[in-house]
Write a protein that binds this ligand. Structure first.
Ligand code: ZN
Length: 64
């Protein structure tokens, strides 16, 4: 009876430490590269390389 409880706890521990971090780890990687469409040249640029002007995303090339 006690061994069943230990196995049950072990299964929960395995799910908690191995399966949940996999799901958590995938999300930031997919959201890490956010691409936005430039309103002037219609090319997709990374969010960090874009500037918001008048509520629209504009790439650095179009700002020159
Ligand atoms: Zn542009």
């Amino acid at each position: 009876m006690l061994s069943k409880i230990i196995i049950f706890i072990l299964i929960i521990a395995i799910i908690y430490f191995f399966i949940i971090p996999k799901f958590r780890g995938k999300k930031p990687r997919n959201d890490g590269d956010n691409f936005v469409e430039c309103s002037k040249c219609d090319t997709f640029v990374e969010l960090k390389d874009s500037v918001i002007k008048d509520g629209k995303y504009i790439c650095k090339e179009c700002l020159k």
